[in-house]
Write a protein that binds this ligand. Structure first.
Ligand SMILES: Cc1cc2nc3c(=O)[nH]c(=O)nc-3n(C[C@H](O)[C@H](O)[C@H](O)COP(=O)(O)O)c2cc1C
Length: 116
């Protein structure tokens, strides 16, 4: 069956694209996703609040905008997970791109309107 498609101008052999998650923090996992048939991988996110910790809505004491529940924020944007700065993120994407043939799609995760 022909499953080729396009996404964001990228030609993909199938529409199977793992979304952003900590799985893509390890190069070995990205290779495994390619081997398992992923046509591209959305990289784990660089979080807006990671760059401006003082402005994190959960730390301002005013709650969040209502867009995300406390649980959702706890799931994948808590402080202990903030390991990479933008330079490290770019360098990690470069290494990922060198190690597989499929496209790697960067992910900027915003938490405020206009923050990025
Ligand atoms: C453990 C975990 C980590 C995630 N990390 C991110 C992330 O870093 N950035 C992001 O934009 N979405 C993240 N997500 C959201 C997923 O990329 C995806 O949008 C979400 O799981 C909904 O897709 P689904 O309905 O196919 O599960 C994460 C989800 C999970 C479960």
């Amino acid at each position: 069956m022909k499953l080729a498609t396009t996404y964001l101008g990228l030609k993909l052999r199938t529409p199977l694209v793992p979304s952003a998650s900590p799985l893509s923090e390890k190069l070995d996992n990205i290779k495994r996703m390619e081997d398992a048939g992923a046509a591209a991988v959305v990289f784990h996110s660089l979080f807006e609040e990671q760059l401006r910790p003082a402005n994190h809505p959960m730390r301002r004491g005013s709650g969040n905008s209502g867009e995300f529940s406390r649980d959702a924020l706890d799931d994948y944007s808590d402080e202990p997970d903030f390991k990479v700065d933008p330079e490290a993120y770019i360098s990690h994407i470069a290494k990922a791109k060198e190690s597989v043939r499929i496209p790697i799609i960067g992910s900027l995760n915003g938490s405020t309107f206009g923050g990025w």
